[in-house]
Design a protein around this ligand. Structure first.
Ligand SMILES: Cc1cc2nc3c(=O)[nH]c(=O)nc-3n(C[C@H](O)[C@H](O)[C@H](O)COP(=O)(O)OP(=O)(O)OC[C@H]3O[C@@H](n4cnc5c(N)ncnc54)[C@H](O)[C@@H]3O)c2cc1C
Length: 272
């Protein structure tokens, strides 16, 4: 396959939203209600009359019909909330970064038994075990899902994350460890993990199989794109046959061990 590699970043700009609404910029503009007249100092004057009007009242501006360009039909959000999270289990937790890397990043897989249905581009929340300094349960932290919708094992029963361990030195010279990232990076297979969500519809893959996707990421920002690439290259989807793929820069992959599938995946496709 003369594969070229194309990547894409959904756009969140108002312009795209307008285009997604299926209306031209001008028609979109016209659809906005005009600024009300008779408004002074924030108070709108009321005018009433029983006189017949010479001309019929202008029709209310038509609301533009919003047609999503993303694959968002049936996308589930917030099935699990912090008060009643889904309790999954860590199945696998593996360090991706090598010894010389400046940080520590882990790839982990949790069981969901299919109870946390998600799409590529969504995130989940994780509530770390333990309590905060006020004796309350920790607040959830969001993590981009790094697996495709059917999960790394292909059975739609798992969800994977790519997590960087947060460790920094504060102004007092103390080493501070981030609550949730350290909880996750230290998780042992078999341990329970509280999951909320899934959340987010902003980063869903586009419906159009010919859409140009540009993926820009630093660090663990790669996570959602791993799910995209996995779906595009490791799975058979009629609507996601990639025709053109190119890489501009793979700078951080040199510090990633072979357990990370992305370099392998990219190398495989570049060799075709
Ligand atoms: C939508 C979304 C998706 C995300 N996806 C991912 C992902 O895929 N992978 C991932 O690893 N993370 C991801 N994050 C970040 C993640 O949610 C957490 O914020 C991160 O893991 C840190 O959480 P923590 O509990 O370890 O740190 P916390 O205990 O919450 O500590 C974080 C706080 O420490 C302080 N701090 C941090 N660094 C320094 C510093 N150098 N100097 C001084 N103070 C500092 C800041 O006040 C910061 O708010 C995502 C966030 C969002 C919003």
């Amino acid at each position: 396959m003369a594969a070229q590699l194309t990547a894409a970043l959904p756009s969140y700009s108002p312009a795209t939203t307008k285009a997604a609404a299926g209306s031209s910029p001008s028609s979109h503009f016209l659809a906005y209600p005009s600024r009300p007249r008779n408004v002074r100092n924030g108070v709108r004057a009321q005018v009433s009359t029983t006189e017949p009007t010479a001309e019929p009242a202008p029709a209310a501006p038509a609301k533009p019909v919003k047609i999503s360009k993303k694959q968002d039909e049936g996308v589930v959000t917030n099935k699990y909330r912090p008060k009643e999270p889904y309790v999954g289990r860590c199945l696998l937790n593996t360090r991706l970064t090598g010894d010389n890397a400046p940080g520590e990043t882990w790839h982990m897989v949790f069981s969901t038994e299919g109870e946390v249905p998600y799409r590529e581009g969504q995130s989940i929340g994780v509530i770390a075990d333990g309590e905060d300094k006020n004796g309350k349960p920790h607040k959830l932290r969001l993590y981009s899902i790094a697996s495709s919708a059917i999960g790394d094992f292909g059975d739609s029963k798992t969800v994977s994350l790519c997590v960087k361990r947060l460790v920094y030195t504060n102004d007092a010279g103390e080493v501070v460890k981030g609550v949730c990232s350290n909880f996750l990076c230290d998780l042992k297979p078999g341990s329970e993990v509280k999951i909320t969500g899934p959340v987010g519809k902003e980063m869903l893959m586009p419906k159009d199989p010919n859409a140009t996707i540009i993926m820009l990421a630093t660090g663990t920002g790669i996570a959602p794109f791993r799910s995209f690439l996995w779906k595009m290259f490791f799975e058979e989807h009629e609507d996601y046959k990639v025709s053109n793929f190119s890489i501009l820069d793979g700078s951080t992959t040199t510090q990633v061990q072979n357990s990370n599938p992305i370099p392998t995946m990219l190398a495989l496709y570049l060799s075709h």
